[in-house]
Design a protein around this ligand. Structure first.
Ligand code: PGA
Length: 254
């Protein structure tokens, strides 16, 4: 059985003191996480070390980075390598979030390089994919996501792909309050799983976690997470406060 994952993408929110308080509150409630649910928090990189120092393997709570650079070291002002993230306690790294693709010009090729360099230092990757509104409207969303998945993942080998979690995040649903319907999420997740099966076989496809992201909240999470191919969520706005994040985590109960 696939495990369920609920991941909180804090984006560029919370001062240091707010972040420490928010994480401490979540940590205090970790006993309430449903069995079999893994929770990951993606704070701004500055806070990863502080958070990871608190954690034990048995907590079912980990910390990850929202982005990385694909080079290992060198004259790349302002960038952070996967090895650096790992050295401060990150276990995961989000790659290819739509905000990185649209606001920071990340191409499919850059995303692919980041996936490889993160996996090379044994970080697990949360690979984001998802179509913008105009692509959904002209019905080419399956082809769009297929291109993103193939470009990012199809050069991996069978061991490397096991380090990947996929997050389907339709761009029109991110931060907009609009959510994909359960049917829209399920059909895309099933499609992505089929793509993974065609390349890597059904055993790997059956074990890969595919998260839904885009305006997930305590109201819609129970229905979305109950869909057979939705293995949890990547949560933005609702992950910033315990009062909304904890109910979303509880919604992943299998
Ligand atoms: P949202 O963000 O939940 O605020 O829509 C999700 C994401 O961007 O990962």
């Amino acid at each position: 059985m696939r495990k369920k994952i609920v991941a909180g993408n804090w984006k560029m929110h919370h001062s240091y003191h707010e972040a420490v308080a928010c994480f401490a509150t979540l940590y205090e409630h970790r006993e309430e996480f449903p069995a079999g649910v893994e929770v990951i928090v993606f704070p701004p990189d500055l806070y990863i070390r502080e958070f990871s120092k608190k954690l034990h393997l048995s907590d079912h709570l980990s910390v990850g980075a929202q982005n990385c650079f694909y080079q290992t070291e060198g004259a790349f002002t302002g960038e952070i390598s996967p090895a650096m993230l790992k050295s401060v306690g990150a276990k995961y790294c989000i790659v290819g979030h739509s905000e990185r693709r649209t606001l920071f010009g990340e191409t499919d090729e850059i995303v692919m390089k980041k996936v490889h360099s993160a996996i090379n230092v044994s970080l697990s990757v949360v690979l984001c994919c998802g179509e913008p509104l105009e692509v959904r409207e002209d019905q080419s969303h399956f082809a769009w996501v297929e291109r993103q998945i193939k470009a990012a993942l199809f050069d991996l080998d069978e061991e490397q792909i096991k380090k990947v979690i996929i997050a389907y995040e339709p761009v029109w649903a991110i931060g907009t309050g609009k959510t994909a319907s359960v049917e829209q999420a399920q059909e895309m997740h099933q499609f992505i799983r089929t793509l993974v099966a065609e390349k890597f076989g059904t055993d790997i496809a059956d074990s890969v976690c595919i998260l839904y992201g885009g305006s997930c909240n305590p109201e819609n999470a129970p229905l979305l997470f109950a869909a057979p191919d939705v293995d949890g969520g990547l949560i933005g706005g609702a992950s910033l406060k315990l009062s909304t994040f904890l109910p979303v985590i509880k919604a992943a109960r299998s």
